[in-house]
Design a protein around this ligand. Structure first.
Ligand code: URA
Length: 305
């Protein structure tokens, strides 16, 4: 499919989707200005146009001030993947956008865990680049994520962002999701988190599987023991034993590593924190190698004494 045709398909899909949103009472959408400008410049469709980023580079954020306010964040990029190698089993970008959109319609009103449906502010569906070669999978939303409807936006998320940057990538280059899409409730407590139960993870797992199937990342990073346990449906998975060793999840190479919260927790003992951070960085170097991302001497040298 040529660029013009692809753009037409994408615009048609976007128009259908916007109409649907309107019918659902969603009143405002924030989209990337660069995208709007490039579409306007190209007169909509222009074969000579600068490579159009079919992207909602900023999360497509739908915000309504009504009590039914909800945000959907999905991203689509047709800019090059983190590795030039294309994934041959991927569906076309517009089909993936449709699939993810359909999935989000199913997940956002989910009531499979009635206690979580009651306690959550919003479902944290997942966020990022549908073309991502790299997918990070965490545990469950915390308080900030529940507030914002986005994964990894609290302190642990800031550390994850720094890790992604250190790899020479941007948060918008990757896809981020959790094994549980709702913040685990903590009855009687305004603060604090709890680990998702195996039952909660089992109910939510089909959603994550479909996200993985849609994105078809070339590499998955499982952040922490709970992510590993949720993904493999095995409560006995140990992150200490598994960390740093390649696994396979649905034929996709998976690297288990420590959760950023664990690293933050270790910061009270700086020497220990450094040791654990170095291990995670080594895991990220393996991920970069797997993805054929060039590694500079400086990157190799982070954390070396
Ligand atoms: N920890 C997680 O595992 N996921 C989030 O989204 C935030 C914190």
């Amino acid at each position: 499919m040529g660029m013009a045709e692809a753009l037409q398909v994408l615009l048609r899909a976007t128009a259908d989707w916007l109409q649907l949103e309107q019918r659902r009472g969603i009143h405002s959408i924030v989209v990337n200005e660069e995208l709007l400008r490039s579409v306007a410049h190209s007169g909509g469709i222009h074969p000579q146009a600068q490579p159009v980023r079919h992207s909602f580079k900023e999360p497509v954020t739908m915000d309504s001030k009504s009590p039914k306010s909800r945000k959907i964040t999905i991203g689509l990029e047709t800019s090059p993947e983190v590795s030039p190698a294309q994934n041959p089993i991927r569906r076309p970008a517009s089909a993936r956008l449709d699939d993810m959109e359909m999935l989000s319609r199913e997940v956002l009103p989910c009531q499979l865990c009635p206690h979580l449906a009651q306690s959550r502010k919003q479902v944290v569906f997942g966020h990022g680049n549908l073309n991502a070669a790299l997918m990070f999978i965490g545990e469950a939303p915390g308080m900030e994520e529940d507030e914002q409807g986005l994964p990894f936006v609290g302190k642990a998320g800031q550390l994850l962002n720094r890790m992604i940057k250190a790899m020479g990538l941007d948060r918008e280059d990757v896809y981020i999701a959790n094994v549980l899409k709702c913040r685990p409730d903590t009855p009687g407590q305004a603060y604090g988190n709890r680990k998702p139960t195996p039952e909660e993870m089992e109910r939510c797992n089909p959603y994550l599987l479909r996200q993985v199937e849609i994105i078809q990342p070339r590499v998955i990073v499982a952040l922490g023991a709970t992510a590993l346990q949720g993904l493999f449906g095995n409560p006995n998975e140990s992150i200490t034993r598994s960390r740093g060793k390649w696994r396979s999840f649905r034929d996709i190479p998976l690297m288990p590593t420590y959760h950023p919260s664990y690293l933050l927790h270790k910061e009270s003992v700086p020497d220990q924190a450094m040791i654990e951070k170095r291990k995670v960085w080594e895991d990220m170097l393996s991920v970069m190698e797997k993805l054929d991302i060039p590694i500079s001497a400086k990157q190799r040298g982070y954390f070396s004494q």
